[in-house]
Design a protein around this ligand. Structure first.
Ligand SMILES: Cc1cc2nc3c(=O)[nH]c(=O)nc-3n(C[C@H](O)[C@H](O)[C@H](O)COP(=O)(O)OP(=O)(O)OC[C@H]3O[C@@H](n4cnc5c(N)ncnc54)[C@H](O)[C@@H]3O)c2cc1C
Length: 436
């Protein structure tokens, strides 16, 4: 136990709270500082709630570069790139292209595979530790395809998953009817990623916050950290609202805004925001069992505690100020319009007027998160850059950071031999904060 050690966690999203939880369990006295209020709907609440061992391939690959060329020229398509001549943005694009051309994709896939599977196990434990106030549904994730071309492309993900020891199967149209009998899908087939799961992120975030409060974690809401006190390789305090708060250790888990904070300390953290939207149909015409991706539309669909959530689009750009994320109606309409061709019974539901939320995914140029401490400061830790997979990787990020910070506890073992062979050092190397 790390008695008498204190830590300030900046950011109350999934990464900040999972890290705060693991630190508290190791005996660290934790304070969480969050710029917004507890009920604000940020990225960690509005997402699709998918735990995705299927997503082992990082965003930055040669095939993504190829696909992006087409997607960005599709009017109201699922991908938009900001072309503002901002230095940080241009620099990020250059690093992204460089990462796409790197040859170490298989190592990255093994690293992400291990992290997702560890996180999945931790989620199942958290279900119990958080008093069953949220539930993990182990029903897998379907990736549904309408075209033969997409179906062929997706079949490679089955081979990749199998190579890593992750369960996935190709499914025909008929098999889909058997596995998901209550929804009419107009698709030719797909992949069932059996190790994937889903949960309701609002219930999870509420449950972990409540548990942290019961464990004595202090929360400071509506307080944006603006700067730090530092000397040599140590930070001693943070500034917010004209006050200074001291601690032994500091965690930057500010999502898409983390690079602004890191810049205050002279730490370079290439990061942009990938805007996405979601809305929840509270009275769906058909009930769903498992979550799914509508492949060609690039829309995620997840059964939630109250209804079915639809999520999509990726608009890449510099993050707008916290709490001021604009929305493009045309993008939201495009998500709505793409759904009935996959789920015809949802045509009328897509004409509804549910509240739409927008959030920024924190995107690193190579698609791997930043987890660890900067060479510049020995007591500043960073957990961000998880992009489209921050919920899925939240628990494992908390575990890794708390173990690195306190030097206590072994990482759990995985009963997937190939992935268990991926060392902690390899994960630390690929997620290193100073890798760019
Ligand atoms: C539409 C959509 C669907 C998604 N679906 C999935 C999914 O199914 N599965 C999945 O794994 N991931 C999904 N994601 C991605 C996932 O939501 C994110 O990766 C994750 O929420 C990022 O968590 P975070 O804690 O890093 O950042 P955030 O949730 O953004 O939290 C960071 C917090 O830090 C605070 N902050 C920032 N700067 C400061 C400061 N200076 N002082 C104080 N506070 C500060 C912010 O206010 C914010 O609350 C989705 C994202 C979107 C947009």
């Amino acid at each position: 136990m790390s008695q008498n050690l204190s830590a300030i966690v900046i950011g109350g999203g999934v990464i900040g709270l999972c890290t705060a939880y693991e630190l508290t369990k190791s005996g660290v006295e934790v304070t969480v500082i969050e710029a917004t209020h507890p009920d604000s709907i940020g990225c960690s609440s509005l997402n699709a709630g998918m735990i995705v061992p299927s997503h082992v391939t990082p965003l930055a690959t040669a095939s993504m570069l190829f696909a992006a060329r087409k997607l960005i020229f599709t009017r109201n398509g699922p991908l938009t790139l900001s072309l503002m001549p901002q230095k940080d943005l241009v620099d990020w694009y250059m690093k992204f292209i460089k990462s796409c051309l790197q040859k170490n994709i298989e190592e990255k896939e093994a690293v992400l595979g291990k992290m997702h599977m560890l996180s999945r196990s931790r989620f199942l434990e958290l279900e119990v530790e958080l008093d069953h106030e949220f539930q993990v549904f182990q029903r897998g994730l379907f990736n549904f395809c309408k075209t033969e071309k997409a179906f062929q492309e997706e079949s490679h993900t089955v081979d990749l998953a199998k190579k890593l020891g992750i369960r996935a199967e190709l499914v025909s149209k008929e098999e889909i009817r058997i596995r998901e009998p209550k929804v009419t899908f107009e698709v030719i087939g797909g992949v069932h990623h059996l190790d994937d799961c889903h949960f309701d992120p609002v219930l999870f975030m509420t449950a972990i916050r409540k548990k942290l409060m019961e464990l004595g974690v202090a929360f400071i809401w509506n307080a944006e950290v603006e700067g730090f006190d530092s000397a040599g390789d140590q930070v001693s305090g943070v500034h917010f609202q004209g006050k200074t708060l001291a601690a032994d250790q500091f965690v930057i888990a500010g999502g898409s805004w983390s690079s602004r904070l890191a810049k205050n300390l002279g730490i370079s953290l290439p990061l942009v925001g990938g805007k996405g939207y979601s809305f929840t149909v509270e009275q769906p015409p058909q009930p769903m069992g498992a979550c799914c991706l509508l492949h060609e539309a690039r829309v995620a669909v997840t059964p939630m505690a109250k209804g079915i959530r639809f999520a999509g689009t990726m608009e890449i750009g510099s993050p707008s100020p916290i709490g001021q994320i604009g929305m493009r109606t045309s993008k939201i309409q495009a998500i709505r319009a793409s759904i009935p061709s996959f789920m015809p019974k949802f045509q009328q539901a897509m004409e509804g007027s549910e509240t739409v939320s927008a959030g920024l995914r924190p995107l690193s140029p190579d698609g791997l998160p930043y987890i660890g401490h900067s060479q510049k400061y020995s007591n500043v830790w960073i957990g961000t850059g998880h992009g489209m997979m921050g919920m899925s990787l939240g628990p494992v990020t908390g575990l890794i950071l708390s173990r690195q910070m306190t030097g206590t506890g072994e990482m759990p073992k995985l009963e997937v031999p190939h992935l268990d062979g991926v060392s902690n050092q390899k994960i630390a190397q690929y997620c290193a904060v100073d890798r760019f």
